[in-house]
Write a protein that binds this ligand. Structure first.
Ligand code: 9WN
Length: 503
């Protein structure tokens, strides 16, 4: 493992963020309370040896962002409840307090739409009006849809990848180590959340897949969770963007440099798409499907749905749901896997999104291409092909990388930018998804290397939103909740003292 002690060898570019705004993004972090707090990067960090301190620090981040029944995605940049963030947060919280973890998901699902949709943001009514744009005012008209939940709180009418059933099952697994009382609370929680999870998955398999392809359609880059990924460049480029008017970029106040966030040209397109969605009979799904210029079969969301359906099958047994449900869910899984198989690109060794409007696959090399690994149940040949791509110079084997952590976009791809959000930085949550998928695929050694490298990065740099894959520098927000959460899950198998974390 090269990370973090090696001299790297990545491109020695000027650091556009250095010296801006007094933030310490470029600084080496040290663990609060760690006996190794004085280490420099030239010394090795053993994340396992440091697990208790790292775990305490991760728990501190989740406490910092805790709003009672839900958790802010980040202290300043993201003052609301985000959908897939909450699922990852619940996975981390499960190791601290299974009931609080359950509450995280239940709070989110309390604002589910009548169609089954789980909104991508539930807006915090107490967030200062100038803290996040587009905020609740911008989305308030969505509340007049007959399908919307009662407001306030307002919700956006987009969704994000469905990690929630995976999180619910993780809570159950954690409760089994926490004693009888926790087990019975967790069982009751599964019983309460199951109908919501089933209708969420049904929504994705119907409203978002009227073709019955097994693949989920997104109608906005925010719906993918990987907002400015070069996956969306061509479809966004093809848009005839209308007037969006002046709008604030509050997000830029909270990062070291605007280069870490999407550009204004990208924001113009995001906001134009939101306008179109709102005009579509107040976010009516069928109308959006008929008229919207941005409709993409998203392989990452589709793969997460397959994995989440596997978790849902297990939950359905645990709660004693009718056999018909299991038949339905297993049909969804089979359809999803078939759909992903149809998106395989032999030459790239990756799975590709499909642009329904342009009627063509999107030939871009990003981590989303590992979707079949996340969906699971692969043939040996397909698994080997994916692992070859993962190890190749296009991803973890690239000689410029600080360590073998997958960049969000391949450094060999034209759209790659090492510091720009989903265009190249490495993301801890994505690393978690790949680690979890490797474990499920039986690639235990490879998974363990990934987990250790990822933990080392967090031990040295802190709980950042994303990291420059060449320099390892923390980018975006610091104290990002889902980063702390996945660290807790990674540490759970180690010497993590539960009592120490809760204090
Ligand atoms: C828009 C909260 C969210 C994540 C997304 C990430 C980013 C929002 C933004 O932050 O998106 O939804 O304003 O950039 O791309 O995956 O859920 O952490």
């Amino acid at each position: 493992m090269k990370y973090p002690g090696s001299s790297g060898g990545g491109p020695k570019t000027d650091d556009p963020d250095s010296g801006k705004g007094g933030r310490s993004h470029g600084d080496e972090r040290s663990l609060v309370g760690s006996p190794r707090a004085n280490k420099t990067t030239s010394q090795r960090h053993d994340p396992i040896e440091e697990a208790p301190a790292l775990g305490r620090e991760a728990a501190r981040v989740l406490r910092l962002n805790d709003m009672g029944g839900w958790t802010k995605a980040a202290p300043e940049l993201y003052p609301h409840q985000w959908s897939w963030d909450s699922a990852f947060i619940a996975i981390g919280l499960a190791h601290l307090d299974t009931r609080r973890a359950a509450r995280e998901l239940e709070t989110l699902f309390a604002h589910q739409w009548r169609t089954g949709k789980v909104s991508h943001i539930v807006f915090n009514p107490d967030a200062p009006p100038e803290s996040y744009f587009p905020g609740p005012d911008h989305w308030s008209c969505a509340a007049s849809s007959p399908d919307a939940p009662p407001a306030p709180p307002y919700t956006s009418c987009l969704s994000q990848p469905p990690v929630h059933a995976i999180a619910a099952l993780r809570i159950w697994e954690a409760a089994r180590f926490a004693g009888e009382e926790e087990v019975s609370c967790a069982r009751a929680f599964l019983g309460r959340i199951y109908p919501g999870l089933l209708s969420w998955h049904r929504y994705l398999m119907t409203y978002r897949d009227p073709e019955g392809s097994g693949l989920v359609t997104i109608y906005h880059p925010w719906g993918s969770g990987t907002d400015n990924s070069p996956r969306w460049d061509a479809p966004l480029e093809a848009l005839a963007v209308g007037e969006v008017g002046p709008y604030p970029r509050y997000d830029l106040r909270h990062v070291g440099s605007p280069s870490q966030r999407p550009t204004n040209a990208e924001y113009d397109r995001y906001l134009w798409l939101v306008d179109l969605i709102k005009r579509a009979h107040r976010c009516d799904e069928a109308t959006i499907y008929e008229s919207h210029p941005f409709l993409i079969k998203d392989v990452l969301t589709s793969a997460i749905l397959v994995a989440a359906n596997e978790a849902l099958t297990e939950i359905s047994s645990l709660v004693g749901a009718p056999e018909d449900d299991r038949v339905l869910i297993s049909g969804w899984m089979a359809r999803g896997r078939r759909g992903l198989e149809g998106c395989w690109d032999r030459e790239l060794g990756l799975c590709l999104d499909y642009d329904l409007r342009a009627e063509e696959p999107i030939r871009v090399r990003t981590v989303a291409g590992f979707a079949p690994l996340i969906a699971g149940c692969l043939s040996r040949a397909r698994l080997d092909a994916l692992l070859r791509t993962l190890d190749s110079p296009e991803f973890c084997g690239h000689r410029g990388l600080r360590g073998p952590l997958p960049p969000s976009t391949s450094p060999e791809d034209l759209g790659f930018r090492p510091r720009s959000y989903w265009r190249g930085p490495t993301w801890p949550v994505v690393n978690w998804l790949l680690w979890w998928s490797l474990v499920r695929a039986g690639e235990v050694g490879r998974a363990e290397r990934l987990r250790r490298t990822a933990l080392e990065q967090l031990a040295v740099r802190g709980f950042g939103e994303y990291f420059d894959p060449f320099t390892g520098q923390l980018l975006g927000s610091d104290a990002q909740s889902w980063t702390a959460a996945v660290a807790l899950d990674w540490l759970a198998g180690e010497t993590l003292p539960k009592a120490g974390l809760a204090s």
